[in-house]
Design a protein around this ligand. Sequence first.
Ligand SMILES: *Cc1c(COP(=O)(O)O)cnc(C)c1O
Ligand SMILES: [Zn+2]
Length: 553
Amino acid sequence: MKRIIIRCANCQYSEEYTYPLVTCPACGGTYMEADYELDEPLPWPAALKNRPDTMWRYRELLPIRDDANILTMGEGGTPLLRSENLAAMLGLRHLYIKDERQGPTGSFKDRQASLAISTMREIGVKEAVVASTGNVAIAYAAYAARAKIKMWVFTISSVPVEKMREVTIYGAELVKVTGTYDQAKQVASHFADSKGLFLDRGIKSLAAKESMKTMAFEIAAQLAEIYGPTSKDIPWRAPDWYIQSVSGGLGPVGLMKGFRELEQFALCQGFPKLANIQSSGCDPMVRAFKAGQEEAPPFLKPSTRIATVATDVPGIAYTILRKEVLEHGGIFESVPDEESFQALKTIAQLEGLSVEPATALAFAGLFKMVRQKMIDPDEIVVLNCSGHTFPVEKHILGEELIRDLDVASVTQPAIPHEGLLTALETVDRRVGRVVVIEDDPGASKLMARILRAHGVRDVYLAPDGEAGIEMVQSVRPDIIVLDLMMPGMDGFGVLDELKSDETLRDVPVVIVTAKDLTTDERARLAGQVQGLLQKGSLIEDDVLKELIDKTLG
Ligand SMILES: *Cc1c(COP(=O)(O)O)cnc(C)c1O
Ligand SMILES: [Zn+2]
C-alpha cells in the first residue's frame, strides 16, 4: 500500500492526498508537491519486468489512489534511440534521442494527459477546462473522450489549424483566444470559475510534474541497460545532459523530481545538467537567467511562429529550473525559429525522425551547444524528441517557407459554410447511400459514424481519388463526401472527373477540407458542390456534436 502526501512547497504543510488541492490551507501557497510513503520497499526494478511498458509501470510513485481509475492508452515506455549519424556529425559518442513522438497522440503530453484525466476520473470530474499551446489540448481531448469527460480547451490563435482540428475531432470544445498564452490561461481560469468547472493548473497541478518524472525513471533504466548500473548498489544510471525545448517547463521540472525520487529510493545517483532551449522569439527564461534574475519577467510581444513554445509568462517553473541549473549545472539558451526549421530537416534526413518545429528547437539548441563546445564528446546526452509533426504547420514547412501565419488575414470561404448534416438535409431527406472519399482513415471513420447515425443506410469508404471514382461508378451513391487534400488524385481532380461524366455529373458532392481555400480554389468549387465542411470548424455544428454525443452514448 502507498500513502500519498500532498505538501506545500512554501510552508511544508502536509496532509494525506484525497483531492488535488489548489491552495495551501495554511499559507495560501499555490504550489503543492506529492510525496509517497510505502509500506514495503519499492519493488523496482524487479517487479517492472512483468508490467506493460507504459508509464503506469511506475504506479507506486504516481498520485492515483485506486488503480481502477487509471486511464491508459500506452503512453510512456518510449524507446531511447541511439544516434549514429547525427552523433557522428556532431562528434558526440553517446547521443540518445528519447522518442516521445511515439505517444498515442504524438507528443510527451500524453503522459500528462493520462495522469490528469485519470485523476479527474478518480475525483469525479465530469467537465473540465485546460489552457494549452497545442499538444496538451490534443492529448487531453483524446483521453477525456475515452473517460467521457467534457473538455473545454483554450488555446492561442497561432496554433496550426491542423492541431485545432485534431482537438475538435475528439469532441472537445475549443476556444481560440487572440492574445498571448498567458491571456489565454487567464480567460480559461475565468471561464472555469464562472461555470464552476475543474481547471487544470498546468505546472501547478500534480498531474504535470508527477507524470513527467516517469521520463526520468525510463531514461535511468534504459541507460543502465546500455552502460550498466551506477554501482553495485545503485542499479540505474543518470545521463550527463538532458536537452529539451522549454515552454512552460513541465518536462524538466518533472524530470528532476523523478531523479530526486530515484536518489531517495537508491535506484539512481546524480542529476543531469539541464539544457533548457527556447525560441528567441519567446525566451523569457533565457533572458532572466542570463540577467541573473530569480524570477522571469513576462516576455512582451512573443514573435515565435512555433506556438508550442509560446509561453510568455513562465512563472514558478523558471524559478525552479534556475535553482536546478545552479545546483546541478546546465544552461538556458535560445535559438531563432529559422534554426529550428533547418534542424528539423537535418534530423529527418540524418535520423529518420520527423518532428514538430518545437522539438527541432531542442536539436538546434544541441547544435549550438556543440558549436560552443559545451558538451564533452564522452558525455551521455539525452534529448527529448518531444513531438511528432502531424501534417502540421504547412505555413512553415510547405513551399511558403517564410510566410507568416497571420490569423487576422485568413478570409472566410465565399461558398456557404455548411455542416455536413445541413448539407445532407438540403440534398434529400432520405439519403440511402454515400461514398466517402477520404485518405485519412480516422476522419473517414468518424464521417461514417455520423452518416450512419443520421440514417444513411450504406456508407462506402474510398481511401483515394482513383478508388473513389471507381466506387462512385459502381455504387451510384446519392451523395459523395469528398476530401480535397489527398495524395495522388486530389479532390479537385476527382471533381473534374465526376463533372466530365454525364452519368455522374449530378450526384451532389459535399467537400470536406482541412485547409483554408484560396480564392482560386473557391472559384473552382463554386456551383460545383453542394456543401463545404471545414474539418477544423470549431464547435459550430451543434447538431453534429449532439449526434456524436448520442452516438457515443
Ligand atoms: C509542451 C511541449 C514542449 C515544451 O514542454 P515544457 O516542458 O512544458 O516546457 C516542447 N515540445 C513539445 C512537442 C511540446 O508538446
Ligand atoms: Zn503552505
